[in-house]
Design a protein around this ligand. Structure first.
Ligand code: GLU
Length: 521
């Protein structure tokens, strides 16, 4: 099996494109086949600076690595269509010589006149096809000598396919099943443009053939082009080598109404790109899943499930498992709704299932402060925090109190939970801590309970006061584990400092209290 992803570098690669690449990759790898990357850059007018690099960067981040492509070469090189021009011309000439294509010299104005005339005549056909081509200026209507002299004089021309204009075409789609087309509805599409470049249709078919492509998985926006491609395979005598086609349904907006766009994603606050994209014209940077702290494995898992299901309850997949499980018969026929909560859920699951070792490496790579912390302490912090966060950035932000004493105390919690007796409880417990022989989680917890029971204090008041002064927050990971990690001296100092700070600010009139959330009063 040989499958390919054939993007045009006309802009950044959206996640829909990445999904197409992924499905091609998965099917190829599942069957021990090859995955080829081909850059379809024949439309020079729509070429966008940086788009090709964005394709490479996106695939690389996702781990969708081509076996052959512009960067790593291969037996069918080159893999960039602009470097293969001669091959397309050769096949266009063959189509002309065998009566399956023709030169057309019509100017844009003449084409416009034709369209208007057909409109006025209320003709059933408004396009360049079997009904209209004999009224136009092309090598079917002009004498040979004139055609030659026009070409020799450098008159601009295109090459059009010559379709039969009637009959029915039966196509097979691996996702949609049988598709039947009325050939009379098809037009004589341009195969070769006046700028000397082939159109997508010709280049795509010629390359799929020359590169030995066996299966084409692509977006459903290409389904209307498939009949033309069938005719090209037929006219070029390659029907027995025609790849099997599978047209993927769209990725839909969360409400299911229409195709998911960049604007929808912006509104939802989720990226539309795998990796960030800087618009070469405006300089505006749009972060991708990568920049927003998502794991590539979570993104790939989410994309795979957008339109495919494994037929089991399993939802969490790493790439190798996706390769094992993937099959086209489990790709849905209708569009797949994008679900933002699910995206976050996949991220949480993948984030939490990483080994502590891997997470520690990522934390060290991301933060200099953490890079300087001992391995044991970092591992212990990760162990405590990883169930509470969903990205390395979040882990680092929310673990600050392990490195630094709080410089603010959660206002809401102070206001609601700091009681007149809290100060007394904390001061008393701080002195218990000074003399505690073993400063590890369990003895800490036991000492706290004993102290509270002895004093007859309400347990919750003591706990929340302790947490506030030690971490500055109203919630967090196991407090006694946190204290054990911080160590006796630090904990006692934090309790004393926090108690003084909160006591001092609580007696201030409301507007003068620091960090006071005024809007709530
Ligand atoms: N170059 C086309 C695109 O940009 C390829 C479509 C196909 O896979 O045939 O999507």
């Amino acid at each position: 099996m040989r499958l390919r992803f054939a993007p045009s570098p006309t802009g950044p690669l959206h996640m829909g494109g990445v999904r197409t690449a992924l499905y091609n990759y998965l099917l190829a790898k599942k069957n021990g086949g090859d995955f080829i990357l081909r850059i379809e850059d024949t439309d020079q007018g729509r070429w966008v600076e940086g788009a090709e690099e964005h394709i490479y960067a996106s695939l690389e981040w996702c781990g969708i690595i081509p076996d052959e492509g512009p960067r790593n070469g291969g037996t069918c090189a080159p893999y960039r269509q602009s470097e293969r021009k001669e091959k397309y011309r050769e096949h266009a000439m063959r189509l002309i010589n065998e009566g399956n294509a023709y030169y057309a010299f019509d100017t844009p104005e003449e084409l416009e006149t034709m369209r208007k005339r057909l409109e006025q005549e209320k003709s059933s056909s408004r396009q360049y096809d079997a009904n209209t081509r004999m009224q136009m200026r092309n090598s079917l209507t002009l004498p040979n000598a004139e055609v030659n002299s026009l070409i020799n004089a450098g008159t601009p021309y295109v090459i059009r396919i010559q379709l039969p204009g009637e009959g029915r075409l039966y196509m097979k789609d691996l996702i949609r099943g049988d598709v039947e087309v009325d050939v009379a509805t098809l037009d004589d599409k341009v195969l070769f443009k006046s700028d000397g470049m082939p159109t997508y249709h010709l280049a795509n078919v010629v390359d799929d053939y020359l590169m030995g492509i066996t299966h084409v998985i692509r977006g459903e926006e290409w389904l209307p082009s498939a009949p033309l491609h069938y005719f090209l395979y037929k006219y070029l005598g390659w029907e027995d080598k025609r790849p099997a086609f599978a047209h993927l349904p769209l990725i839909l907006k969360p409400d299911g109404k229409g195709k998911l766009s960049k604007r929808d994603c912006d509104k939802l606050g989720v990226p539309v790109f795998a990796v960030g994209w800087k618009d070469p014209q405006t300089g505006e940077f749009s972060a991708g899943y990568k920049e927003q702290g998502y794991l590539p494995s979570a993104f790939v898992n989410m994309l795979a499930m957008l339109g495919w299901n494994p037929g089991t309850e399993q939802e969490i997949f790493q790439l190798p498992e996706l390769i094992q499980s993937f099959s086209l018969d489990r790709v849905g026929k209708s569009g797949a709704r994008f679900d933002m909560d699910k995206v976050k859920w996949f991220q949480e699951q993948h984030f939490r299932s990483q080994s502590i070792q891997i997470l520690a490496t990522e934390v060290r790579q991301t933060s200099e402060e953490w890079a300087a912390i001992s391995e044991d302490k970092l591992h212990a912090v990760i162990e405590l925090m990883r169930e509470r966060v969903a990205s390395v950035d979040q882990l680092i932000n929310e673990s600050r109190f392990f490195l630094l004493a709080p410089d603010a105390y959660d206002e809401e919690t102070v206001r609601k939970k700091w009681k007149p007796e809290t100060e007394q409880i904390l001061k008393g417990f701080a002195s218990v801590l000074q003399n505690l022989p073993d400063f590890s989680p369990q003895p800490l917890e036991e000492a706290f309970k004993a102290f509270m029971e002895e004093g007859g204090y309400p347990f919750g008041t003591g706990m929340i006061g302790l947490r506030l002064t030690v971490t500055g927050k109203g919630g967090g990971p196991s407090l006694f584990h946190t204290m054990a990690l911080l160590g006796r001296e630090e904990v006692v100092e934090r309790i004393n400092r926090g108690t003084e700070f909160i006591k001092a600010t609580l007696t201030l009139p409301l507007p003068d209290r620091p960090n006071y959330n005024r809007t709530n009063e």
